[in-house]
Design a protein around this ligand. Structure first.
Ligand code: C2E
Ligand code: MG
Ligand code: MG
Ligand code: MG
Length: 290
């Protein structure tokens, strides 16, 4: 905000609003070259399947490290990437990289795992989104059932028909669709009924309510019940404590994702975890055989 004072001087007020606009402009400038300069990296957060006690798959989470800005949180740059439509090429890179990651893991002998990728509304509205997804999955040589697209409810407010059509096409090819951050924002149970959703991800804010003597936690149980009654896979995200974990196991949530089990980590760390799990399972089976 600029204001003229009596002597024709322009005074700039460093309002928070101003600072935010400047920061966004700086981020946008650096974001333009981030893909070409190979500044992006993916981290993968394992999901634990409660029934088998094993890793069932991963969520890919984008990381940006800019030489000048340092690491920038996706909470800061995804919105800017969406507003400028840079999310279209960035999102395509994320999907291709994620599929390649899973294929690499398979080649090491870890079969039947899945990869979840966050998808922005801007990508979904793009004309050839569905074909792009199918091409990338085929190119990687994956089964479409191993790939899950995570969409958020806010996405669904706009252009509902167009989006529903694309999701149905992808679902018909086997691709899974997760409703991310479920319960936060404009939840509509209608979406669950009319979209080809396969997975429900309970928002972290509900998981946070699970603590001793908190009455609100029954809402989490209710969401699990809704999901299960609709034959959906129910995933809890942001699980940080053993108490939350115990509650979710008791109330029959299918999968757990959160710092308690693992933070999002690099591919090499995922390979280490899978090897460790494989080794433990074999020693366990050998003990049984004795
Ligand atoms: P999200 O899809 O809901 O992802 C979960 C977020 O929770 C991630 O934050 C993850 O690191 C964090 N998280 C996981 N477990 C825990 C926990 O136990 N405690 C806490 N406090 N946090 C936990 P992150 O990586 O900062 O990503 C934030 C959001 O940015 C994501 O939320 C997603 O909406 C968006 N995002 C990230 N990567 C991509 C991407 O490749 N494409 C798009 N379109 N959006 C992305
Ligand atoms: Mg997600
Ligand atoms: Mg998300
Ligand atoms: Mg989420």
């Amino acid at each position: 905000k600029a204001k003229e004072t009596g002597k024709n001087r322009i005074v700039f007020y460093n309002t928070p609003m101003n600072a935010e606009i400047i920061e966004r402009a700086i981020i946008e400038k650096h974001l333009r070259n981030a893909l070409d300069n190979k500044e992006f990296e993916l981290h993968y957060q394992p999901q634990l399947d409660i029934k088998s006690g094993k890793i069932s798959g991963f969520e890919a989470l984008l990381r940006w490290n800019n030489p000048e800005l340092g690491p920038v949180s996706p909470l800061k740059f995804i919105g800017i990437a969406e507003a400028t439509h840079m999310i279209v090429p960035i999102g395509e890179w994320v999907l291709r990289q994620s599929c390649k990651f899973l294929r690499d893991i398979e080649k090491m002998g870890f079969q039947g795992l899945s990869i979840a990728v966050n998808i922005s509304m801007i990508q979904l509205l793009n004309e050839d989104f569905a074909h792009m997804v199918i091409d990338i999955i085929e190119e990687a040589g994956l089964n479409p059932r191993q790939v899950e697209l995570e969409i958020t409810e806010s996405i669904l407010m706009e252009s509902y028909e167009v989006i529903a059509g694309k999701l149905k096409l992808l679902r018909a090819r086997g691709v899974k669709i997760a409703l991310d951050d479920f319960g936060k924002g404009y939840s509509s149970l209608n979406y669950l009924k009319s979209l080809p959703i396969t997975t429900l991800k309970i928002d972290k804010s509900f998981i946070d309510t699970i603590s001793n003597g908190n009455k609100d936690k029954s809402l989490t149980d209710l969401i699990v019940k809704i999901g299960r009654s609709m034959d959906l896979c129910v995933v809890a995200e942001g699980v940080e404590t053993q108490e939350q974990m115990d509650y979710l196991v008791k109330h029959k949530c299918h999968r757990i994702q959160g710092y308690l089990f693992s933070r999002p980590v690099q591919q090499s760390e995922i390979v280490r975890k899978l090897n460790e799990q494989y080794y433990n399972q074999n020693t366990f089976q050998e003990e049984l055989a004795l």
